[in-house]
Design a protein around this ligand. Sequence first.
Ligand code: MN
Length: 534
Amino acid sequence: MTAKQNAGAAKSPAKKIKDQVFIFDTTLRDGEQAPGFSMTIDEKLTIAQQLARLNVDIIEAGFPRSSVGDFESVKRIAREVTGPVIAGLARSIDADIDACAEALAPAKRKRIHTFIGTSPQHLSMMQKSPAQALKMAVAAVVRAKKAVADVEFSTMDASRTDRAFLYDIVAGVIDAGATTVNIPDTVGYAIPGEFARLIAEIRANVPNIDRAVISVHCHNDLGLAVANSLSAVEAGARQVECAVNGIGERAGNAALEEVVMAIRTRKDYLKVDTGINTKEIYKTSRLLVAVTGVPIQPNKAVVGENAFAHESGIHQDGVLKERSTFEIMSPASIGLKKNKLVMGKHSGRHAFRKKIEELGFDLTEAALEEAFTTFKALADKKKEIFDEDLEAIVNEELGGALEPRWDLAVAQTMSGAGATPTATVTLMRDGAPHTDSATGDGPVDATFRAIERITGLSGRLVSYNIRSVTVGKDAMGEATVRVAVGEQVFAGKGVSTDVVEASAKAWLSAINKRGEGDAPRKAVAKKKKTSRAR
Ligand code: MN
């Protein structure tokens, strides 16, 4: 990259670090729009706050005109999250740009990200000629530019776009004021060497390219999203669009943690860096799993459970001494602490609070008290309590406690060969116990049925996962469920040394998000009819 280009690059997210790759996170837009990943406004805000701690350069908070919920969540993130630039997506049409500008208005630093399909496939779908698309793109940037200084333009499906037209439209939007031009591999079709050439040729053939940052947005349909992104960086791209845990449409987007750790680990080769606080990577990944209820594969690069497994498995001096033979990055660099004995039965409230703060969590007094009670109960059952156990307990409290809520008091199950699995459950609500029994296909199913009878809320189990938090026979099990109640799906998480109990807690944490949990959406829906009607 030339010095001239760097000057242009530094203009956008206001930092002036030589050869920094800006990290544009789209977990809350592209990620959230994938089936099974929808989040409530509160959940999006929780994720956005963590993305700010991770120090991403840009948070794409949503697509304001796509739904009232998206409009409200972009607005809330714009109002409450500081640090990163807050971006919203808009098609190249006036109403989209205006809604986006309105939602972003409260943000200190804001960006309108507008786009149009440029490949023959997309042009014919929109029934537009290249000339018409170019005109719409330029008009969209001009309009966006009246609301914000920082405008990004995406040529959707760039990797299948006619090259001469691509150069024209990129040059046109830069002339109109776009400060970032994004070259998306929307359908995950590109191959790394080919994609690098595309970026190099855009740099060689678009005369005003040094006035904008080149960005890429790669999908993982062929498992090449991260590889294509890194190839583009080698060819001069200085913004990568990515999502935590690689979530996104279809096979997902480039995984943020992989892009960032590849750049950090191979700085010697790539000669660039990011501004990411990598020590927040592991926590961000776990938080997204906790919020969405969608687990990641154990062998997932960087954040999978086995990614550093030789750490928690064989604790032999020899292995530890030769760490670099097997480890290209340290678990500590992503904020992953080794299984470390931290707390026991005799640890008090003060020590517990201090440890939770050390782990980086910020809990309300009520949530801290709940977590402490869970910790004490766990300490009675389990001799050694590790950081991971505490994180699991705290993550349970992060779901957003609604009052009044249902809490588990007792879950007793009876099952075995020849027996009909039966569960008797007692739940507390407003200090009063409620007990009922049910039979089911197994002890967990019977427990869920008993909970349904007590709460009167019937739900359909969409997914159910159980994993061991630490090693050993007395390890805690962490149950993650997604429960559909009517049209909506709620994720819940529960931990216990007893899997039935963990499952019951997970179910309750999911349905506790219902009821009052619906309120923000209803309020938003009402608001649409009044203030947003045009
Ligand atoms: Mn996408």
